[in-house]
Design a protein around this ligand. Structure first.
Ligand code: FES
Length: 157
């Protein structure tokens, strides 16, 4: 049975009809085609699906979409200012990941960046050790961890 859901995603209010068991990750990717948020493990182990709900980071694969009623969800698509055309500006964290080679294959990158932004916002970027601890839920199979930490330190300064 479908249930109504009203949620702000990247600044646009969506009035949706969804099945109660649908995760936020599947809502974003399959119903709204916001495929920047990645599905790695689908059970809370990898961080590829990290988004912000009312500013707090969550694993979208562990979040039922229904629980975001009335919330503001931000995905990697909504992080930068402006639109998706040539006038769009990258978020400073996106710029820093490019500058510091904070990725190789790129699959984990949207989740890494959403966590990295939350890391600074929540005050957990005071040392490389603290950053590594906060970011430990975001797995990078290419091993770009050192560069990711450097990108976060750069933005923090
Ligand atoms: Fe959600 Fe891996 S897909 S944590």
């Amino acid at each position: 049975e479908q249930m109504p859901l009203q949620v702000d995603i990247n600044g646009t209010v969506h009035k949706l009809s969804i099945e109660p068991r649908v995760t936020l990750l599947d809502l974003l990717r399959e119903q709204l085609h916001l495929t920047g948020t990645k599905k790695g493990c689908d059970h809370g182990q990898c961080g590829a699906c990290t988004v912000h709900v009312d500013g707090a980071r969550v694993n979208a694969c562990l979040t039922l979409a229904m629980t975001t009623e009335g919330c503001k969800v931000t995905t990697i698509e909504g992080l930068s200012e402006g639109g998706h055309d040539a006038t769009a500006r990258l978020h400073p964290m996106q710029e820093a990941f490019i500058k510091h080679d904070g990725f190789q294959c790129g699959y984990c990158t949207p989740g890494q960046i959403m966590s990295a932004v939350a890391c600074i916002r929540e005050g957990h970027a005071n040392s490389p050790e603290e950053i590594r601890e906060y970011m430990s839920g975001n797995i990078c199979r290419c091993g770009a961890y050192t560069n990711i930490v450097n990108a976060i330190i750069d933005v923090k300064q």
